[in-house]
Design a protein around this ligand. Structure first.
Ligand code: MRU
Length: 350
């Protein structure tokens, strides 16, 4: 499953000279017999290591272990995982086929419960398969599922670009922008959501700088966002999560840009734990707070944020950093991975 095509400095230099769209967080290599290629994000920024996923279990495990993370990227990966799960099925009986498909789909759904893009992508493949219910043809259904997964991948790339182009007008010269977690190329198949806005503003020649929160406990801000922004020569300053209020009170933040994992019909938004705190602080200091997300993150079936399932992860992620204890043995800890920002704190959606 694991491969490192180019190691060390060479590979880092190669990626550094590419536009963020070219940070290939997730890609399908080869034809229908090919495999899903992912960057192992748990290894960043120390090492750029690629994973080859040839089975749905490889993909599910990568999502669970957060080797791949970020709601849009998870959605794309899940679509390919379903395809990988069915491509070798032999049954020519639709009910049997659908039963096997459903087992895989349910297993994938449980990997990250808050990222609604996962459910959305599974539903898209499900719709393709159901369309063959009456006139079942195994090889055609497998081919059509592959094509749908490729379509989801391409669409995500295009949507990221459009989010960037639409949102770039929010950024003015000399702005200091605060972002949280990683809503960049590493969280999507394209150039990101919140960070795509930053990349497009830079392309338009605007001068600005970014503050990135480190994003405890898994440090997506320091490990991933800072890495991505530095790769793209965007001035970035790392802060601890608890420093944002201080900077805001000193008028050092002009705009907050974040991504989203699940947005309810009324605009309540689930995003990485700590987003709610930043939104309340931004309101107190009259700083615009924008959420950037593809339509696949909007869930019109649910009325408000109270209906969003929040993922709770292993408390060891709090009591340990990369395997080393930072609290006394047997310390009780709780680890919600996301929080809900009520819509009243959100200036707008891109
Ligand atoms: O736990 P993660 O790293 O998957 O959380 C990611 C986030 O919270 C992102 O902000 C969100 O998925 C949007 S990514 C474009």
């Amino acid at each position: 499953m694991v491969t490192s095509p180019r190691r060390g400095k060479d590979r880092t230099r190669l990626i550094a000279c590419l536009y963020p769209m070219q940070i290939q967080t997730i890609d399908w290599l080869g034809n229908e017999k090919g495999y899903l290629k992912l960057i192992d994000q748990t290894k960043l920024p120390r090492q750029i290591k690629y994973l080859k996923c040839r089975s749905w279990q490889d993909v599910a495990e990568s999502i669970k272990q957060m080797r791949l993370r970020g709601a849009p990227a998870i959605g794309v990966a899940a679509a390919f995982a379903l395809y990988l799960g069915i491509r070798n099925l032999k049954t020519t009986n639709y009910p049997n086929f659908y039963k096997k498909f459903s087992v895989i789909s349910h297993a994938l759904l449980s990997t990250r419960p808050t990222a609604v893009n996962l459910q959305w992508a599974l539903n898209r493949i499900d719709a393709i398969i159901r369309s063959y219910q009456r006139d079942f043809n195994l090889s055609r259904v497998i081919k059509a599922s592959f094509q749908e997964a490729m379509k989801i991948l391409q669409e995500d790339r295009e949507i990221c670009l459009q989010i960037g182009l639409n949102g770039a007008k929010l950024i003015k010269n000399n702005y200091n922008i605060l972002t949280h977690c990683n809503a960049g190329a590493l969280a999507t198949a394209g150039g990101g959501t919140a960070l795509s806005i930053i990349y497009q503003a830079k392309k338009q020649g605007k001068k600005f700088s970014v503050f990135a929160t480190e994003t405890r406990p898994l440090l997506q801000g320091s490990r991933l966002t800072v890495w991505e922004l530095k790769m793209n020569k965007i001035p970035v300053t790392l802060i601890c999560d608890n420093m944002a209020g201080f900077l805001m009170s000193r008028k050092q933040i002009d705009l907050v840009l974040v991504g989203a994992d699940h947005i309810a019909r009324n605009g309540d938004t689930a995003n990485k734990i700590g987003t709610y705190t930043l939104a309340v602080l931004a309101r107190e200091h009259k700083i615009p707070f924008y959420v950037a997300a593809p339509l696949s993150t909007f869930d019109y079936k649910i009325r408000n944020g109270s209906q969003i399932t929040i993922e709770f992860r292993n408390p060891e992620e709090i009591t340990h950093i990369q395997g080393r204890p930072i609290a006394p043995l047997n310390t009780k800890a709780t680890n919600p991975a996301f929080d809900i920002t009520p819509h009243k704190y959100i200036s707008g959606f891109v």
